[in-house]
Design a protein around this ligand. Structure first.
Ligand code: GLU
Length: 447
C-alpha cells in the first residue's frame, strides 16, 4: 500500500472530516513500511477496510430543559472495528462533537484497545449536547433521552460505551438507569465506569491518569531519567487530569499547572491534596472554569486568563483535555523553556506539526493511544469482573493496570526501536496495534 494514495482517496471520499483524516494519516504513514512486508494484507485489502467504520448510528435526541423549553441535539455511535472483541469506547458530550470527531476517536480506539492485551474492538459515540451551565436535572433528562435511542444497539457482548469528555460517573449512572428500565435486565456489563455499588470497578475513575503516569515512568526510565523531582504541567481539570495529578504527586513529581478553556493556574509550589480534591468539585459544578481553583486557593494558585498550560515552565508536559490542544507554537515554547518530555494523555492531544517538532528536537514523546490506554484497559477489567459477577480489590486492579501499561510500553519498544537505540513511540504504538487488528481481520475472512 501507498499511504499517500490511500489518504488521497479517503480525502476525496470524506471531505471536511479533518480530525478523522489527521488520525488516519498518522497511522497509515507509520505502518506503511511494516504493512508492505505482508503481501497477504495487501491482497485482503486490510487497510482499505480498516479505515471505514463497520457501521454508524445517528439519531435525534430531544429533551426538555429546566425552563420547559424543548431542546434537540444530535446523537451518534460509531461502531468502528470488532475484529478482536465487542465494540468498546467512550461517549463524548461536547458542543463541538460531530461525526468526524467521533470517527477519529473510534479509529484511535481500535488500535488503543488492541494494545491493552484485552479482547476489545473499537467504538465511540456522543452528542453535541453542551453540559456547561446545565443543571443536574437537565443532564439526567438528556442522558435518559440519549439512551432511549441507543439502547437497542449496545450490550455486554455487542458494544460497551463508557465515559469520555463531558461523561463521567454521574452521566454513566443516568445512562445505566435508563438502559436497565428499557432492557428489563440487569445487564451490568453494558456500560463501564459505573458506581462501585452497582458493578463499577475500583480504580476505574483514577485509571486513565494512573496508567498514564505508569507509562511516563517507563518512558523516562528507558531514557535513563527519573520522574521524582520533575515539574509537570497538565491541561484540563477533569477526570483524566485529576488522576494524573494524584499519581504524579504520589511518585514525587510536582504539578505546577492545570488549565481550562478560560486560562491557566500556575501552582508554583506544586498541587496539594486539597486542590486535587477540589478538581472534583469544579467538574461537578458544570462551570468549566479553572479560575475557580485560584479563587478557592489564592495563596497557592495564580490564574492567567487566555493562556495555556504550555506557557508555564515545566520538565514534563501532559495534555489531558482535548484533541489538538498543543500546537507547534506551544511545542516551541515548551522546548525553549526546557521541557524534556511530552506524553499525550488526551486523544490526539498534539497536532501533527507539534509531534514532528518534538521528535526533531529530541524530546521524549509518546502518543495518547499508548499513554492513556489504562482507562479503557480498566474498563476491560470492569467487564471481566461483571462477567464473573465479582469485584476485585484495589490492589488487584492496580497490579493488573501496572502490568498492562508495562506490556504496552514493551510493544512500543518492540516496534518502535530505532537504529540509534531511541524509541519512536508513535510508530511503535501504531504498528503494534495495527498488526494485531490486521491479523485478526485476515484470519476472519472477507466480511
Ligand atoms: N474514553 C476513554 C478513552 O478514550 C475510555 C473509554 C472506555 O473506557 O471505554 O479511551
Amino acid at each position: 500500500m501507498k499511504a499517500n494514495e490511500i489518504m488521497a482517496a479517503l480525502e476525496a471520499k470524506h471531505p471536511g472530516e479533518d480530525l478523522f483524516l489527521q488520525a488516519a494519516r498518522e497511522v497509515l504513514e507509520t505502518v506503511e513500511e511494516e504493512y508492505n512486508k505482508h503481501p497477504e494484507f495487501e491482497k485482503a485489502k486490510i487497510v482499505e477496510r480498516m479505515v471505514e467504520p463497520d457501521r454508524i448510528f445517528t439519531f435525534r435526541v430531544t429533551w426538555v430543559d429546566d425552563k420547559g423549553e424543548i431542546q434537540t441535539n444530535l446523537g451518534y455511535r460509531v461502531q468502528f472495528n470488532s475484529a478482536i472483541g465487542p465494540y468498546k469506547g467512550g461517549l463524548r458530550f461536547h458542543k463541538a462533537v460531530n461525526l468526524s470527531m467521533l470517527k477519529f476517536l473510534g479509529f484511535e480506539q481500535t488500535f488503543k484497545n488492541a494494545l491493552t492485551t484485552l479482547p476489545m474492538g473499537g467504538g465511540k459515540g456522543g452528542s453535541d449536547f453542551d453540559p456547561v451551565g446545565k443543571s443536574n436535572e437537565e443532564i439526567m433528562r438528556f442522558c435518559q433521552a440519549f439512551m432511549l435511542e441507543l439502547w437497542r444497539n449496545i450490550g455486554p457482548d455487542t458494544d460497551v460505551p463508557a465515559g469520555d469528555v463531558g461523561v463521567g460517573g454521574r452521566e454513566i449512572g443516568f445512562l445505566y438507569g435508563m438502559y436497565k428500565k428499557l432492557a428489563r435486565e440487569y445487564n451490568t456489563g453494558v456500560l463501564t465506569g459505573k458506581g462501585e455499588t452497582w458493578g463499577g470497578s475500583i480504580l476505574r475513575p483514577e485509571a486513565t491518569g494512573f496508567g498514564a503516569l505508569y507509562f511516563v515512568n517507563h518512558v523516562l526510565e528507558t531514557a535513563g531519567q527519573k520522574l521524582a523531582g520533575k515539574t509537570v504541567a497538565l491541561s484540563g481539570f477533569g477526570n483524566v487530569a485529576w488522576g494524573a495529578a494524584i499519581k504524579a504527586t504520589e511518585l514525587g513529581a510536582k504539578v505546577v499547572a492545570i488549565s481550562g478553556p478560560d486560562g491557566v493556574c500556575h501552582i508554583k509550589d506544586g498541587i496539594t491534596k486539597e486542590m486535587i480534591d477540589y478538581m472534583l468539585v469544579m467538574r461537578a459544578s458544570n462551570r468549566n472554569k479553572v479560575q475557580d481553583m485560584a479563587d478557592k486557593f489564592p495563596a497557592a494558585a495564580t490564574f492567567t486568563a487566555g493562556k495555556k498550560a504550555w506557557s508555564i515552565k515545566c520538565d514534563i508536559a501532559l495534555p489531558c483535555a482535548f484533541q489538538n490542544e498543543l500546537n507547534e507554537a506551544d511545542a516551541k515554547e515548551l522546548v525553549a523553556n526546557g521541557t524534556m518530555c511530552c506524553c499525550e494523555v488526551s486523544n490526539m492531544g498534539c497536532t501533527a506539526e507539534a509531534i514532528h517538532y518534538f521528535q526533531h528536537a529530541g524530546i521524549l514523546f509518546a502518543p495518547g493511544k499508548a499513554v492513556n490506554a489504562g482507562g479503557v484497559a480498566t474498563s476491560g477489567l470492569e467487564m471481566t469482573q461483571n462477567a464473573a459477577h465479582l469485584a476485585w480489590s484495589g490492589e488487584e486492579v492496580d497490579a493488573k493496570l501496572k502490568w498492562i501499561m508495562s506490556s504496552i510500553h514493551e510493544q512500543c519498544v518492540r516496534y518502535g526501536k530505532k537504529a540509534d537505540g531511541t524509541i519512536d513511540y508513535v510508530k511503535g504504538a501504531n504498528v503494534a496495534g495495527f498488526m494485531k487488528v490486521a491479523t485478526a481481520m485476515l484470519e476472519q475472512g472477507t466480511i
